[in-house]
Ligand binder design. Sequence first.
Ligand SMILES: [Zn+2]
Length: 252
Amino acid sequence: MSGKILVPADLQEICILFEDSSCEHRGYLDLKTGEIIQIFDDIMDTEEKQELDDKVDEGSGERYIAIPNAESYEGYQDMEDFIETVKDVKHKEKLYNSISRKGAFRRFKDVLNSYPKERERWFKFKDEKVMERVNEWLEEEGIEIIPQKFIEIREVSFREISESTEIEESWKGFGARGCLKCDSEDGFKERYFVISRCPDGEEEEHWLDETMKKRYGVKHYGIIAGIFNDSRGPINSAVCGKCGSHDIFFDL
Ligand SMILES: [Zn+2]
């Protein structure tokens, strides 16, 4: 790809943090896992806060990147821009008045409360503005967010798989049989996952590859479609206990 840092994260969550301009609240994006770390200066106890601060400091600029907060002038600009789009003259005037004095944000919201449709439109308008800024920021930082939510991945235990009544019996004996590197036939460390649906097309397969690597450290895995009675798929992965290779041969 383009040399961008691919991060499997929740864009919506980044937007929420981005929009939050309170200074007691800081957010960091973990570029490795896509996890979002939030530090609440007021609510958290000192120890917990210190621990997170240390973690973030240590990987600052490499693994962790601070999610910027919206500037208050941007928020003000958004209100002005929105008012420009209001068609009803009377309503428009009321909104203009509301932001011309101190406490503009609160007054603006108060006025909108009596116009439910416009209020709805404002939220959408605002979300789009925030999304634009988040995308600009990501672009500057060279980060590309891989949408996280389109396939859910859950790690499960072997027990959960073997006791499941939803999985075809024949699959339950499926597992690691041989290491393709050192020929070892046992001592594999196996892990199991269930994905909410099998990937469809190259892009999704690529996403799954990246996500399995980044989130779980799994470099090779196998999916067997058609085990469940819907589009879910189980994933097997294994590491050779002898040589540490991820290149494992699976069979029934
Ligand atoms: Zn091996």
